[in-house]
Design a protein around this ligand. Structure first.
Ligand code: FEO
Length: 392
């Protein structure tokens, strides 16, 4: 079914819906995803981005509902990552007169992915006339690759923002006012936490630059198109990019014989005693990408593990490796765990959190075997102390 993004814009959604996607390089995608491509039809015709390789036929079918692919004059590649460039060589073959455009870094990246393609660089701020309307190109460097850029269609005030403002959602609905707003914001947060979080400074630069544009619609490269909730998502992006937190806590742990679990729950009670809302996840059953999403706005992040063969449990190590990559700043951390002998895990966790330059106001808590009542009280007191440290 043809989908014009805005009445009389002659800008069309022609993307692919990945209903069955459940994993996006380690990020769990319970709601699937879309790879949004867009077609701007004027005297000249431009296709903005393509789709993952296995959905190219779907893209081509949608393009054909609007125009003959051979009539496309430009293919704008806002980003090289293959969920958006996977259809480029097929499209290039179908659109013999199309000039492929990308950012300067996009040209470099695309030449490594698809050496046979001729790609022309566009500069940050450059404009391109399509006839009655004009597009301009706006670099979004490191949001989240060096090559990302947005394309802005001036006359319709549509910003094709690429990964920025995206969410992994497969849906029949295309627009925010047709979809569940709560779920949409939750998925936008998950996307930010797992894909964009390390680049807060760059996001702020991009938001400032995009702030000079009059925007009626934000059409990202994944998920739902924003037209009624633009102020909401902009506000959230500013908040996340500035790394603003709430006085809340996230505890994640894994446990061999429930002793570390008992400590985790006592810690939670201590935090809650002091009025800090706390969520708790067993890393053995909760994907890291979900724990990270919960951590996006939390000031306190506590991590616990039993000690197994002189190490933390692999589930916790996996989470910490993921966390290290995203490297959230300005958090308060805490390490804890039960052990039989050795008891290295809490110290290892403490060191990993220290390497993130977090505040660690309470020493790592180590408890041998099953926590006694006194040990439970120590964990609870640790929670109260952590709460006090953020409440000033
Ligand atoms: Fe959706 Fe960075 O690719």
């Amino acid at each position: 079914m043809k989908c014009e993004i805005k009445k009389n814009s002659n800008a069309w959604w022609v993307g692919g819906v990945d209903w069955n996607l459940r994993d996006f390089h380690g990020y769990t995608t319970e709601r699937g995803s879309t790879y949004n491509a867009y077609l701007i039809v004027d005297e000249k015709i431009a296709l903005v981005d393509t789709v993952k390789y296995y959905l190219v036929d779907e893209l081509i079918e949608r393009v054909k509902e609007v125009v003959d692919p051979a009539s496309i004059d430009y293919i704008i590649s806002n980003h090289t990552e293959m969920d958006h460039s996977g259809g480029l060589t097929r499209l290039a073959a179908l659109c013999p007169k199309a000039k492929i455009l990308a950012s300067a870094n996009g040209v470099k990246n695309l030449s490594r992915h698809f050496p046979s393609l001729q790609v022309t660089a566009v500069a940050d701020g450059e404009t391109l006339s399509l006839g009655r309307s004009t597009v301009s190109f706006h670099y979004e460097q490191m949001v989240h690759w060096p090559d990302n850029m947005a394309t802005y269609h001036r006359e319709s005030k549509i910003l094709f923002s690429n990964d920025a403002f995206g969410q992994h959602i497969a849906s029949a609905e295309r627009f925010d006012d047709e979809y569940n707003g709560g779920v949409l914001m939750e998925e936008a947060a998950k996307y930010y936490a797992n894909i964009v979080w390390p680049y807060g400074a760059q996001v702020q630069k991009v938001l400032t630059a995009l702030g000079t544009l009059a925007i009626d619609i934000i059409a990202p490269s994944h998920g739902i198109i924003w037209r009624s909730m633009i102020a909401d998502i902009m506000k959230k992006y500013w908040q996340w990019a500035r790394n603003e937190t709430k006085n809340t806590a996230v505890i994640t742990y894994d446990t061999m014989w429930q002793s570390t679990a008992l400590l985790a729950k006592a810690l939670m009670r201590g935090l809650e005693d002091a009025g800090v809302p706390t969520t708790i996840y067993n890393a053995a059953v909760t994907p890291s990408s979900d724990i990270i999403t919960a951590a996006l706005e939390a000031k306190i992040i506590a991590v616990g593990s039993s000690t197994l063969n002189n190490n933390m449990l692999p589930t916790v190590a996996g989470f910490l490796t993921y966390l290290k990559g995203l490297a959230p700043k300005n958090r308060t951390g805490f390490a804890f765990g039960s052990y039989g002998w050795g008891g290295q895990a809490p110290k290892q966790i403490h060191e990993m959190l220290a390497a993130l330059e977090w505040s660690l106001p309470v020493d790592a808590l180590r408890v041998q075997f099953i926590p006694t009542e006194a040990d439970i009280e120590r964990a609870r007191e640790a929670g109260r102390a952590l709460a006090a440290s953020i409440q000033g």
